[in-house]
Design a protein around this ligand. Structure first.
Ligand code: TYC
Length: 118
């Protein structure tokens, strides 16, 4: 657009082209909204909780298949701990509470914790 013919902002056409054939493109930068942090839910090994109980907990509260649950349980058993899933703070807190409550009610010392990612 030639500067000398430039109209005041409030009189400018909203259409795609002005009288010079210039196409106006509205560019907007999206305001950045901080991403909410994610939390890893960790399952810890112990010497007393039965393997089948851990597998059941994983299937029940983390919606994974029996085969995946066995895999994760064995990782925890061999390595000491494993990440079971990654969730928002609220969901992670709920999962931890569900696992801890279920283990306590069955008198198993199974421990589940959460940890902020990165
Ligand atoms: N180590 C337990 C056992 O030998 C099994 C176990 C696995 C316990 C995973 C806790 O998070 C756990 N019975």
């Amino acid at each position: 657009m030639r500067p000398e013919t430039e109209a005041p902002l409030h009189l400018m056409s909203a259409g795609p082209e002005d009288e010079d054939g210039d196409v106006s493109v509205v560019t907007k930068t999206k305001p950045k909204t901080a991403k909410p942090p994610l939390y890893k839910v960790l399952l810890l090994n112990d010497d007393y909780t039965p393997m089948e109980f851990v597998v059941h907990v994983l299937e029940r509260f983390f919606g994974i298949t029996h085969a995946q649950a066995v895999e994760i349980m064995l990782i925890v058993h061999k390595k000491g701990l494993a990440v079971v899933g990654v969730f928002s703070h609220e969901i992670a807190e709920t999962k931890v509470a569900q696992v801890m409550d279920f283990a306590r009610r069955h008198q198993h010392p199974l421990q589940c914790t959460m940890e902020k990612e990165e």
